[in-house]
Design a protein around this ligand. Structure first.
Ligand SMILES: [Fe+2]
Length: 164
């Protein structure tokens, strides 16, 4: 009987216990995406200097990407049979990305902030992919693999931007 409970599966045939671990990490990830959605607006608004026009547009592209990603992650949590965190209060409790005060930022400062946060998201994406592999959760593996490629591409672009 204990074995039956331990091996219990959800409506799409995935092991409940392992999926709970995936979902917990996906909710933390969702919180960080929501925080980044606001934080990258902050960069978009407060960037100053002669790279303004370029970076203002670049940051807009990234906060739009965050909006798309956070919806995909929340819907993945629902597909897995759980409820996504859905309030700013929960996001602030769960997020590991640090918020940023509203103040003028140079190109270098704003790019360094974005680089550090994208590196953090890349690491989280890889950790969730490993959890999803252990749970045989190919849908979450696929979602994370896509995000990993996007963060890696963004980090390559940032590295190229910073090259002397
Ligand atoms: Fe704008």
């Amino acid at each position: 009987m204990l074995e039956v409970i331990f091996m219990s599966k959800n409506y799409i045939g995935l092991e409940n216990e392992k999926i709970e671990g995936v979902v917990k990490s996906l909710n933390d990830y969702l919180a960080n995406l929501n925080l980044l959605y606001v934080k990258i607006h902050n960069l978009h608004w407060n960037i100053e200097g002669n790279a303004f026009f370029q970076l203002h547009s670049v940051f807009e592209g990234y906060y739009e990407a965050m909006a798309k990603s956070l919806d995909e992650v929340a819907e993945r949590i629902l597909i897995l049979g759980h409820r996504p965190a859905a309030s700013m209060k929960e996001y602030l409790n769960l997020a590991t990305i640090q918020e940023l005060d509203s103040k003028g930022l140079s190109a270098e400062e704003s790019i360094n902030i974005l680089e550090a946060d994208f590196l953090s998201m890349l690491g989280q994406s890889r950790s969730i992919l490993a959890l999803a592999e252990d749970a045989n959760d190919q849908g979450s593996i696929d979602l994370m693999a896509g995000f990993i490629g996007e963060y890696e591409k963004a980090l390559w672009m940032i590295k190229s931007y910073k090259a002397k």
